[in-house]
Ligand binder design. Structure first.
Ligand code: ZN
Ligand code: FE
Length: 256
């Protein structure tokens, strides 16, 4: 199995997974990067997986479906270009002979779903859209902080070696904020240097892993003393009113 992030727009990745013959893509916001990659890799598109309804994840669906006849799977509770095979938490999607588990991860949008396969090339694989980013998490457009925290907690409980395939190259900006929150986290400092090296060569910082994120991502660490202390220092009254996670998300929203 080959896993390739196809760059789109300014900072999106459309994930392509193929076995040398057949392929799936995840969240194709644009069609051309996908159609070009199918020719380049000489594979036939079997399916499109969609995590949520935003245009930068769905804009290429119609053109790709028309060109390839691929089946489209997506969140049951969101409006995605039809025909759609609707999926929600607890369902399965079998593509490329791989069984993906569907997980409900509301927060960024109300019906956002993620796709998890326990073994792709012997390693677990997660397509999580705009829920969990490397070093950060999606903005709360439709869900509550409680929902997002529950969704991120579910994802953080996946095996440590799970490859995290999120949809945006936001890592360096996220890590800059993470360093502000946890200046003494040595693993975070090391990871920032590593990612800066990748980006200076125009390489993707993704996929990350669940184990890595548990160590460096403040949004998975709102139970740790260092993150709690830092958010309290930033706005103790917000923490009292809304809790650590919501206050951390608010802080990130206005951080530059
Ligand atoms: Zn989105
Ligand atoms: Fe997005």
């Amino acid at each position: 199995m080959k896993l390739i992030p196809l760059p789109a727009f300014s900072d999106n990745y459309i994930w392509l997974l193929h076995n040398g013959h057949h392929a799936v893509v995840v969240d194709p916001g644009a069609s051309q990067p996908v159609l070009d990659a199918l020719v380049r890799e000489q594979v036939q598109l079997e399916a499109i997986l969609v995590t949520h309804h935003h245009a930068d994840h769905t804009g290429g669906i119609d053109a790709i479906r028309q060109a390839t006849g691929a089946t489209v799977y997506g969140p049951a509770r969101e409006s995605i270009p039809a025909p759609l095979v609707k999926r929600s938490g607890g369902d399965a999607v079998t593509v490329l002979d791989l069984a993906f588990h569907v997980i409900d991860v509301p927060g960024h949008t109300a019906g956002h779903i993620a796709y998890y396969c326990p073994a792709v090339n012997l390693q677990p694989l997660l397509f999580c859209g705009d829920t969990l980013f490397s070093g950060g998490c999606g903005r709360l457009f439709e869900g509550t902080p409680e929902q997002m925290l529950a969704s991120l907690t579910t994802l953080s409980e996946l095996p440590n070696d799970t490859q995290v395939c999120c949809t945006h190259e936001y890592t360096l900006a996220n890590l800059k904020f993470a360093r502000e929150v946890e200046p003494d986290n040595q693993a975070l400092r090391d990871y920032q240097h590593y990612c800066q090296g990748l980006r200076s060569k125009a390489l993707p910082t993704l996929p990350s892993t669940v184990g890595q994120e548990r160590t460096i991502n403040p949004f998975l660490r709102t139970h740790t003393p260092s993150v709690i202390a830092s958010v309290l220092r930033y706005d103790a009254s917000a923490v009292e009113l809304h809790g650590v996670f919501a206050s951390l998300r608010e802080w990130k929203n206005i951080y530059r």
